[in-house]
Design a protein around this ligand. Structure first.
Ligand SMILES: Cc1ncc(COP(=O)(O)O)c(C=O)c1O
Length: 385
């Protein structure tokens, strides 16, 4: 099989598997227990926390483990807004992941005013819009670092500069950026940042949030004293240990991985461009996570391309995995100005650590055949688009 959907999830790194197996065999203690078998697990969780802190340039007391990236996003927004009850406005973007957008809708249902920053054709957000809506009533601005569907990287430092002028806090969803580009909280200047384990070759069901010291935030889960009393509940010990190991491995190799994967992505993109007339690439040509390649084939259905590739055991996506069962075209592609029928024809290929040159060559051999066949059986009229 050729797995090209690494933005949806990544396979576990073998070193992560080893560490998790070792952990299950050797440790079962509750990290809150005071005797040695509990303390040992607590120490291992601290090590994982330290790994993440080191990776993003934070202090370990600023890291809270959560049950997913989605939970971390919810926590960042709802926790800050709960702590600032006098501020009833929230700003985010039209191209966020549902983890943010659905939280924003929930806020609207509770009477908050939400401003959605639009994006241009490349998926870069409009900073003038942000300047025009930010005010003393704004509690928080949340802007993703890299988009999961088209890979476009947002100018977070600029967002922070604008927000700080108004004394407004900034959160960034870095789930797709972490592991693919440098993510340092001090450089970015953000107050809160979200990451997720299963996008960096770690286990699913574990995420984390960075909360800068001094940030006003209310607890998200009430109960025991775990996670500095902000997110109660006995820890997902095995998930956190796996996540910590995934971050350790990442630290060792992300730069080399990035170079190699981007070379593969360049080769794939160029090959597609040369062999497929009518292909339209989405996302910013430069300011992008290069391993994410999103393209449309006017006149075809993305889902038909996906299914035809799946029969060859080549796995890609039509967009965000979380919304791939909905009939609606991608909200991101619509927000960057694609017509619904073109958005519906889009395919996302996302490469990762375990992809090879052979994978790329196979796609370049198979995809043009598939497109040709689908174009023959569809009522394709190029002039209509
Ligand atoms: C940008 C972004 N944010 C948040 C999430 C949600 O993370 P999780 O799957 O850990 O809930 C994803 C997952 O696809 C994502 O791509």
């Amino acid at each position: 099989m050729i797995y090209l959907d690494n933005n949806a999830t990544t396979p576990l790194d073998p070193q992560v598997i080893q560490k998790m197996i070792w952990f299950i065999q050797e440790h079962f203690g509750n990290p809150s227990s005071l005797y040695p078998i509990g303390r040992q697990v607590k120490d291992l969780i601290s090590e994982a926390r330290e790994q993440l802190a080191l990776a993003i340039g934070a202090h370990r007391s600023e890291i809270i483990f959560t049950g997913s990236g989605t939970e971390a996003d919810n926590f960042a927004i709802l926790g800050v807004l709960d702590a600032l009850p006098d501020k009833k406005e929230f700003i985010t973007t039209a191209i966020e992941h549902p983890a943010i957008l659905e939280t924003a809708r929930y806020l609207e249902s509770r009477g908050y005013i939400v401003h959605y920053i639009p994006a241009d054709h490349y998926g870069v957000i409009d900073l003038d819009f942000l300047k025009s809506v930010i005010s003393d009533s704004t509690a928080l601005v949340s802007v993703m670092l890299a988009n999961n569907e088209i890979g476009t990287i947002q100018p977070i430092e600029e967002v922070v500069r604008i927000a700080k002028k108004h004394g407004v806090l900034v959160h960034s969803d870095a789930v797709q950026a972490f592991g693919k580009m440098e993510v340092k909280v001090d450089k970015l200047g953000v107050d809160l940042l979200t990451v997720s384990s299963h996008k960096i070759y770690g286990p699913k069901g574990v995420g984390a949030i960075y909360i800068k010291k001094g940030t006003p935030i209310k607890p998200f889960v009430h109960g025991g004293e775990q996670e500095f009393r902000l997110r109660a509940g006995t820890e997902n010990t095995i998930g956190i240990i796996g996540f910590g190991e995934a971050i350790r491995v990442l630290q060792e190799r992300w730069k080399k991985d990035k170079e190699r994967v981007e070379k593969l992505a360049d080769r794939l993109k160029l090959g597609l461009e040369q062999s497929l007339t009518g292909i339209k690439f989405n996302g910013h040509p430069e300011q992008r996570i290069k391993s994410t390649i999103n393209f449309a084939f006017p006149g075809l259905e993305g889902e038909a391309i996906l299914l035809a590739l799946a029969t060859k055991e080549i796995y890609v996506s039509t967009g965000s995995a979380c919304s791939s069962e909905s009939e609606e075209p991608s909200h991101v592609l619509l927000a960057i100005g694609l017509k619904p029928e073109i958005a519906r024809s889009a395919i996302r290929i996302s490469l990762g650590r375990f992809n090879t040159e052979e994978d790329v060559e196979t796609v370049l051999r198979e995809l043009p055949e598939i497109i040709k066949r689908l174009q023959e059986i569809s009522s394709f009229h190029p002039d209509e688009f």
